[in-house]
Design a protein around this ligand. Structure first.
Ligand code: GLA
Length: 386
Protein backbone atom coordinates (compact mmCIF):
# COMPACT_ATOMS: atom_id res chain seq x y z
CA UNK A 1 0.00 0.00 0.00
CA UNK A 2 1.11 3.52 -0.81
CA UNK A 3 1.67 4.79 2.73
CA UNK A 4 3.89 1.84 3.62
CA UNK A 5 6.19 2.77 0.76
CA UNK A 6 6.84 6.16 2.38
CA UNK A 7 7.77 4.66 5.74
CA UNK A 8 7.37 5.90 9.32
CA UNK A 9 8.58 9.46 8.63
CA UNK A 10 5.72 9.97 6.20
CA UNK A 11 3.17 8.54 8.65
CA UNK A 12 4.53 10.79 11.36
CA UNK A 13 4.17 13.84 9.13
CA UNK A 14 0.52 12.92 8.40
CA UNK A 15 -0.17 12.52 12.11
CA UNK A 16 1.51 15.83 12.85
CA UNK A 17 -0.44 17.64 10.17
CA UNK A 18 -3.71 16.09 11.41
CA UNK A 19 -3.06 17.19 14.98
CA UNK A 20 -2.03 20.63 13.68
CA UNK A 21 -5.36 20.90 11.81
CA UNK A 22 -7.19 19.93 15.01
CA UNK A 23 -5.22 22.51 16.95
CA UNK A 24 -5.93 25.23 14.39
CA UNK A 25 -9.67 24.46 14.49
CA UNK A 26 -9.68 24.54 18.28
CA UNK A 27 -7.84 27.87 18.28
CA UNK A 28 -10.17 29.42 15.73
CA UNK A 29 -13.15 28.77 17.99
CA UNK A 30 -11.57 30.85 20.79
CA UNK A 31 -13.63 33.91 21.66
CA UNK A 32 -11.56 37.11 21.42
CA UNK A 33 -8.79 35.23 19.68
CA UNK A 34 -7.22 38.63 18.99
CA UNK A 35 -7.79 41.70 21.22
CA UNK A 36 -11.41 42.86 20.78
CA UNK A 37 -11.88 46.08 18.77
CA UNK A 38 -14.87 48.39 18.80
CA UNK A 39 -16.41 51.53 20.23
CA UNK A 40 -17.64 52.19 23.78
CA UNK A 41 -20.00 54.98 24.84
CA UNK A 42 -18.37 55.94 28.14
CA UNK A 43 -15.34 58.13 27.36
CA UNK A 44 -17.28 60.63 25.28
CA UNK A 45 -20.95 60.26 26.16
CA UNK A 46 -20.86 58.98 29.78
CA UNK A 47 -24.53 58.97 30.94
CA UNK A 48 -25.72 60.85 27.84
CA UNK A 49 -25.84 57.54 25.98
CA UNK A 50 -29.17 56.59 24.34
CA UNK A 51 -30.66 54.40 21.63
CA UNK A 52 -30.25 57.17 19.05
CA UNK A 53 -26.62 57.84 20.07
CA UNK A 54 -25.80 54.14 19.67
CA UNK A 55 -27.52 53.89 16.28
CA UNK A 56 -25.69 56.99 15.03
CA UNK A 57 -22.33 55.63 16.23
CA UNK A 58 -23.03 52.27 14.57
CA UNK A 59 -23.80 54.08 11.31
CA UNK A 60 -20.60 56.10 11.68
CA UNK A 61 -18.42 53.03 12.38
CA UNK A 62 -19.40 51.77 8.95
CA UNK A 63 -19.33 55.13 7.12
CA UNK A 64 -15.92 56.20 8.47
CA UNK A 65 -14.15 52.95 7.59
CA UNK A 66 -13.72 51.99 11.27
CA UNK A 67 -15.58 48.74 10.67
CA UNK A 68 -13.31 47.83 7.74
CA UNK A 69 -10.33 48.61 9.97
CA UNK A 70 -11.59 45.97 12.45
CA UNK A 71 -13.70 47.89 14.98
CA UNK A 72 -16.80 45.69 15.27
CA UNK A 73 -18.10 45.83 18.84
CA UNK A 74 -20.57 48.60 19.69
CA UNK A 75 -20.66 48.79 23.47
CA UNK A 76 -23.16 50.51 25.73
CA UNK A 77 -21.44 51.33 29.03
CA UNK A 78 -23.14 52.49 32.24
CA UNK A 79 -26.53 54.27 32.48
CA UNK A 80 -28.80 52.13 30.28
CA UNK A 81 -30.62 50.31 33.11
CA UNK A 82 -34.15 50.93 34.30
CA UNK A 83 -35.90 48.94 37.04
CA UNK A 84 -36.61 45.23 37.35
CA UNK A 85 -40.04 43.85 36.56
CA UNK A 86 -42.10 41.76 39.02
CA UNK A 87 -40.18 38.59 38.13
CA UNK A 88 -36.82 40.31 38.49
CA UNK A 89 -35.99 40.85 34.82
CA UNK A 90 -33.92 43.95 34.19
CA UNK A 91 -35.52 46.48 31.85
CA UNK A 92 -33.75 49.34 30.11
CA UNK A 93 -34.61 52.93 31.02
CA UNK A 94 -36.58 55.33 28.82
CA UNK A 95 -33.53 56.23 26.73
CA UNK A 96 -33.51 52.64 25.38
CA UNK A 97 -37.08 51.81 24.31
CA UNK A 98 -36.25 48.37 22.86
CA UNK A 99 -32.87 46.82 23.52
CA UNK A 100 -33.43 43.82 21.24
CA UNK A 101 -34.43 46.09 18.35
CA UNK A 102 -31.27 48.13 18.95
CA UNK A 103 -29.09 45.01 18.93
CA UNK A 104 -30.84 43.85 15.74
CA UNK A 105 -30.06 47.22 14.14
CA UNK A 106 -26.38 47.00 15.14
CA UNK A 107 -26.21 43.41 13.87
CA UNK A 108 -27.81 44.45 10.58
CA UNK A 109 -24.70 46.57 9.96
CA UNK A 110 -22.46 43.51 10.34
CA UNK A 111 -21.40 44.72 13.80
CA UNK A 112 -21.59 43.15 17.26
CA UNK A 113 -23.29 44.55 20.32
CA UNK A 114 -22.27 44.78 23.95
CA UNK A 115 -23.67 45.84 27.28
CA UNK A 116 -22.53 46.67 30.83
CA UNK A 117 -23.33 45.62 34.39
CA UNK A 118 -21.83 45.16 37.85
CA UNK A 119 -21.57 42.24 40.30
CA UNK A 120 -22.78 44.69 42.95
CA UNK A 121 -26.35 45.89 43.56
CA UNK A 122 -25.53 49.22 41.84
CA UNK A 123 -23.32 50.26 38.94
CA UNK A 124 -20.75 53.02 39.40
CA UNK A 125 -23.38 55.59 38.35
CA UNK A 126 -25.99 54.12 40.70
CA UNK A 127 -28.07 52.13 38.20
CA UNK A 128 -29.21 48.55 38.87
CA UNK A 129 -26.38 45.99 38.99
CA UNK A 130 -26.66 42.21 38.63
CA UNK A 131 -26.22 41.22 42.29
CA UNK A 132 -28.58 38.32 43.02
CA UNK A 133 -29.75 38.25 39.38
CA UNK A 134 -26.63 36.98 37.60
CA UNK A 135 -28.14 34.07 35.66
CA UNK A 136 -31.30 35.98 34.88
CA UNK A 137 -29.31 38.95 33.54
CA UNK A 138 -26.95 36.80 31.50
CA UNK A 139 -29.98 35.15 29.88
CA UNK A 140 -31.59 38.53 29.23
CA UNK A 141 -28.42 39.77 27.52
CA UNK A 142 -28.33 36.61 25.41
CA UNK A 143 -32.03 37.01 24.51
CA UNK A 144 -31.40 40.60 23.44
CA UNK A 145 -28.51 39.39 21.24
CA UNK A 146 -25.58 40.77 23.19
CA UNK A 147 -22.10 39.62 22.15
CA UNK A 148 -20.06 41.30 24.90
CA UNK A 149 -20.46 42.13 28.59
CA UNK A 150 -18.35 44.62 30.55
CA UNK A 151 -18.72 43.70 34.22
CA UNK A 152 -17.64 46.57 36.44
CA UNK A 153 -16.87 46.05 40.16
CA UNK A 154 -18.42 49.35 41.40
CA UNK A 155 -20.59 48.71 44.48
CA UNK A 156 -19.34 45.15 44.91
CA UNK A 157 -16.04 46.54 46.24
CA UNK A 158 -15.80 45.38 49.85
CA UNK A 159 -18.82 43.06 49.59
CA UNK A 160 -16.99 39.78 49.24
CA UNK A 161 -14.77 37.54 47.20
CA UNK A 162 -14.19 39.08 43.77
CA UNK A 163 -13.03 35.79 42.24
CA UNK A 164 -16.32 34.09 43.19
CA UNK A 165 -18.39 37.07 42.00
CA UNK A 166 -16.69 37.17 38.60
CA UNK A 167 -16.88 33.40 38.26
CA UNK A 168 -20.61 33.51 38.95
CA UNK A 169 -21.22 35.77 35.94
CA UNK A 170 -18.62 33.91 33.84
CA UNK A 171 -20.52 30.66 34.47
CA UNK A 172 -23.87 32.35 33.83
CA UNK A 173 -22.70 33.67 30.46
CA UNK A 174 -21.44 30.22 29.47
CA UNK A 175 -24.75 28.68 30.51
CA UNK A 176 -26.63 30.83 27.99
CA UNK A 177 -24.82 29.02 25.17
CA UNK A 178 -24.28 32.32 23.34
CA UNK A 179 -20.67 33.36 22.72
CA UNK A 180 -20.42 36.53 24.81
CA UNK A 181 -17.02 38.18 25.30
CA UNK A 182 -16.53 38.68 29.04
CA UNK A 183 -14.73 41.92 29.93
CA UNK A 184 -13.83 42.15 33.60
CA UNK A 185 -13.35 45.58 35.13
CA UNK A 186 -11.96 45.90 38.65
CA UNK A 187 -9.25 48.43 37.97
CA UNK A 188 -6.39 45.96 38.56
CA UNK A 189 -7.52 45.09 42.09
CA UNK A 190 -6.63 41.62 43.38
CA UNK A 191 -4.29 41.04 40.42
CA UNK A 192 -7.11 39.91 38.16
CA UNK A 193 -4.60 38.99 35.42
CA UNK A 194 -3.63 35.99 37.58
CA UNK A 195 -7.13 34.49 37.77
CA UNK A 196 -9.23 36.29 35.13
CA UNK A 197 -8.95 33.56 32.50
CA UNK A 198 -9.87 30.85 35.04
CA UNK A 199 -13.27 32.48 35.69
CA UNK A 200 -14.00 32.86 31.97
CA UNK A 201 -12.66 36.40 31.47
CA UNK A 202 -11.55 37.33 27.96
CA UNK A 203 -10.05 40.61 29.14
CA UNK A 204 -9.56 42.37 32.44
CA UNK A 205 -8.75 45.93 33.33
CA UNK A 206 -5.29 46.20 34.85
CA UNK A 207 -5.62 49.63 36.41
CA UNK A 208 -7.67 52.73 37.18
CA UNK A 209 -9.75 54.67 34.69
CA UNK A 210 -8.06 56.37 31.78
CA UNK A 211 -8.58 60.10 31.24
CA UNK A 212 -8.05 62.20 28.15
CA UNK A 213 -4.70 63.38 29.49
CA UNK A 214 -1.18 62.44 28.41
CA UNK A 215 0.12 61.83 31.92
CA UNK A 216 -2.76 59.56 32.93
CA UNK A 217 -2.67 57.67 29.61
CA UNK A 218 1.13 57.22 29.70
CA UNK A 219 1.17 56.10 33.35
CA UNK A 220 -1.34 53.39 32.44
CA UNK A 221 0.24 52.33 29.16
CA UNK A 222 3.91 52.30 30.14
CA UNK A 223 2.90 50.75 33.48
CA UNK A 224 1.86 47.51 31.75
CA UNK A 225 5.42 46.23 31.55
CA UNK A 226 5.72 42.87 33.29
CA UNK A 227 2.12 41.77 32.66
CA UNK A 228 2.93 40.32 29.24
CA UNK A 229 3.04 36.73 30.52
CA UNK A 230 -0.70 36.89 31.33
CA UNK A 231 -1.93 37.89 27.85
CA UNK A 232 -2.60 35.64 24.89
CA UNK A 233 -5.31 34.53 22.46
CA UNK A 234 -8.67 34.64 24.25
CA UNK A 235 -7.44 36.47 27.36
CA UNK A 236 -6.02 39.98 27.36
CA UNK A 237 -4.74 42.62 29.74
CA UNK A 238 -6.83 45.78 29.32
CA UNK A 239 -5.17 49.12 30.13
CA UNK A 240 -8.59 50.76 29.43
CA UNK A 241 -10.25 52.31 26.42
CA UNK A 242 -8.95 54.79 23.87
CA UNK A 243 -9.27 58.56 24.27
CA UNK A 244 -8.03 59.35 20.75
CA UNK A 245 -10.11 62.16 19.24
CA UNK A 246 -11.57 63.48 22.50
CA UNK A 247 -9.42 66.60 22.36
CA UNK A 248 -7.26 66.50 25.49
CA UNK A 249 -3.97 65.40 23.93
CA UNK A 250 -1.76 66.52 21.05
CA UNK A 251 -1.51 64.46 17.87
CA UNK A 252 1.88 63.10 18.97
CA UNK A 253 0.40 62.11 22.33
CA UNK A 254 -2.52 60.34 20.69
CA UNK A 255 -0.07 58.61 18.32
CA UNK A 256 1.80 57.37 21.41
CA UNK A 257 -1.54 56.18 22.87
CA UNK A 258 -2.40 54.16 19.74
CA UNK A 259 1.13 52.79 19.19
CA UNK A 260 1.55 51.73 22.80
CA UNK A 261 -1.87 50.05 22.99
CA UNK A 262 -1.04 48.10 19.79
CA UNK A 263 2.37 47.02 21.08
CA UNK A 264 0.59 45.91 24.27
CA UNK A 265 -1.90 43.79 22.28
CA UNK A 266 -4.54 45.78 24.17
CA UNK A 267 -8.24 45.74 23.34
CA UNK A 268 -8.91 48.75 21.08
CA UNK A 269 -12.17 50.42 22.12
CA UNK A 270 -12.49 53.82 20.52
CA UNK A 271 -14.09 56.29 22.92
CA UNK A 272 -14.64 59.36 20.75
CA UNK A 273 -17.71 60.68 18.93
CA UNK A 274 -17.41 58.92 15.58
CA UNK A 275 -20.12 61.10 14.06
CA UNK A 276 -17.89 64.17 14.36
CA UNK A 277 -14.51 62.50 13.81
CA UNK A 278 -11.91 64.57 11.91
CA UNK A 279 -9.54 63.14 9.31
CA UNK A 280 -6.53 63.18 11.64
CA UNK A 281 -8.31 61.14 14.34
CA UNK A 282 -9.54 58.72 11.74
CA UNK A 283 -6.01 58.26 10.38
CA UNK A 284 -4.71 57.58 13.91
CA UNK A 285 -7.43 55.02 14.62
CA UNK A 286 -7.43 53.18 11.30
CA UNK A 287 -3.79 52.80 10.15
CA UNK A 288 -3.90 49.17 8.97
CA UNK A 289 -0.21 48.45 9.55
CA UNK A 290 -0.43 49.69 13.13
CA UNK A 291 -3.63 47.75 13.82
CA UNK A 292 -1.97 44.63 12.38
CA UNK A 293 0.55 44.85 15.24
CA UNK A 294 -2.28 44.77 17.78
CA UNK A 295 -4.13 42.00 15.96
CA UNK A 296 -1.12 39.82 15.19
CA UNK A 297 -2.24 36.18 15.47
CA UNK A 298 0.62 35.21 17.76
CA UNK A 299 -1.03 37.34 20.45
CA UNK A 300 2.16 38.26 22.31
CA UNK A 301 1.98 41.38 24.46
CA UNK A 302 5.04 43.58 23.94
CA UNK A 303 7.35 44.77 26.70
CA UNK A 304 10.04 47.35 27.40
CA UNK A 305 13.49 46.38 26.17
CA UNK A 306 15.32 49.58 27.09
CA UNK A 307 14.86 52.73 29.14
CA UNK A 308 17.09 55.77 29.49
CA UNK A 309 15.40 58.49 31.51
CA UNK A 310 12.29 59.54 29.55
CA UNK A 311 13.26 57.51 26.47
CA UNK A 312 11.85 54.00 26.13
CA UNK A 313 12.06 51.27 23.52
CA UNK A 314 9.38 48.56 23.47
CA UNK A 315 9.21 45.43 21.31
CA UNK A 316 6.50 42.96 20.30
CA UNK A 317 7.37 39.72 18.46
CA UNK A 318 5.10 39.01 15.48
CA UNK A 319 3.81 35.92 13.74
CA UNK A 320 6.01 36.29 10.62
CA UNK A 321 9.23 36.50 12.63
CA UNK A 322 9.45 40.29 12.42
CA UNK A 323 9.24 42.52 15.48
CA UNK A 324 7.27 45.71 16.15
CA UNK A 325 9.40 48.33 17.87
CA UNK A 326 8.16 51.51 19.54
CA UNK A 327 10.68 54.29 20.18
CA UNK A 328 9.04 56.61 22.73
CA UNK A 329 10.01 60.03 24.08
CA UNK A 330 8.17 60.79 27.33
CA UNK A 331 10.22 63.95 27.91
CA UNK A 332 10.21 67.61 26.89
CA UNK A 333 11.32 68.62 23.39
CA UNK A 334 12.33 66.36 20.51
CA UNK A 335 15.08 63.87 21.41
CA UNK A 336 17.09 61.25 19.52
CA UNK A 337 16.23 57.68 20.49
CA UNK A 338 18.59 54.86 19.47
CA UNK A 339 17.82 51.18 19.14
CA UNK A 340 20.78 48.87 19.55
CA UNK A 341 20.13 45.82 17.35
CA UNK A 342 21.63 43.54 20.03
CA UNK A 343 18.53 44.35 22.13
CA UNK A 344 16.22 43.21 19.31
CA UNK A 345 17.66 39.73 18.80
CA UNK A 346 17.32 39.40 15.02
CA UNK A 347 20.97 39.84 14.07
CA UNK A 348 22.99 42.96 13.40
CA UNK A 349 21.55 43.81 9.99
CA UNK A 350 17.89 44.83 10.00
CA UNK A 351 15.40 46.11 7.43
CA UNK A 352 13.16 48.81 8.94
CA UNK A 353 9.71 50.07 8.02
CA UNK A 354 8.23 53.17 9.65
CA UNK A 355 4.54 52.30 10.20
CA UNK A 356 3.18 55.84 10.69
CA UNK A 357 5.22 57.33 7.82
CA UNK A 358 4.36 54.21 5.74
CA UNK A 359 7.94 54.23 4.56
CA UNK A 360 10.54 51.51 4.02
CA UNK A 361 13.63 53.02 5.61
CA UNK A 362 16.01 50.40 4.19
CA UNK A 363 18.76 48.27 5.76
CA UNK A 364 20.73 49.33 8.80
CA UNK A 365 23.58 47.71 10.70
CA UNK A 366 24.01 47.54 14.46
CA UNK A 367 21.85 50.51 15.43
CA UNK A 368 19.28 53.01 14.28
CA UNK A 369 18.59 56.50 15.62
CA UNK A 370 15.45 58.58 15.08
CA UNK A 371 14.52 62.02 16.33
CA UNK A 372 11.32 61.48 18.31
CA UNK A 373 9.04 64.44 19.08
CA UNK A 374 8.05 65.43 22.61
CA UNK A 375 5.61 62.84 24.02
CA UNK A 376 5.76 61.16 20.61
CA UNK A 377 6.79 57.87 19.04
CA UNK A 378 8.47 56.34 16.02
CA UNK A 379 6.93 52.92 15.38
CA UNK A 380 8.81 50.40 13.29
CA UNK A 381 8.36 46.91 11.96
CA UNK A 382 11.79 45.32 11.75
CA UNK A 383 12.95 42.12 10.08
CA UNK A 384 16.28 40.53 9.25
CA UNK A 385 18.15 42.61 6.69
CA UNK A 386 19.66 41.36 3.46
C1 GLA B 1 -15.94 52.75 36.01
C2 GLA B 1 -15.22 52.13 34.82
C3 GLA B 1 -15.37 53.03 33.60
C4 GLA B 1 -16.84 53.23 33.29
C5 GLA B 1 -17.54 53.81 34.51
C6 GLA B 1 -19.04 53.88 34.31
O1 GLA B 1 -15.33 53.93 36.44
O2 GLA B 1 -13.87 51.93 35.12
O3 GLA B 1 -14.72 52.43 32.47
O4 GLA B 1 -17.41 52.01 32.93
O5 GLA B 1 -17.30 53.02 35.68
O6 GLA B 1 -19.70 54.31 35.45
Amino acid sequence: MKIAKHGPAFLLSILLSLSWTGLTCAQDSILARTPPMGWNSWNHFACEVSDSVVRAQADAIVATGMKSAGYVYVLIDDCWQGSRDASGHIRPNAKFPDMKALADYVHSKGLKMGIYSSPGPKTCEGYAGSYGHEEQDAQTYADWGMDYLKYDLCSYDGMGDQVAAYKKMGDALKKTGRPIVYAMCQYGMQKSWQWGASVGGNLWRTDDDIRDDYYVMSELGFGQNGLEQFAGPGHWNDPDMLEIGNGGMTTDEYRTHMSLWCILAAPLMAGNNLVAMDAETRALLTNPEVIAIDQDPLGIQGHRIKQEGPLEVWAKPLNDGSIAVGMFNRGWGAMPVTIDFRDIGLGNSLALRDLWAKDDLGNFREKYTALVPQHGVVMLRVKRGT
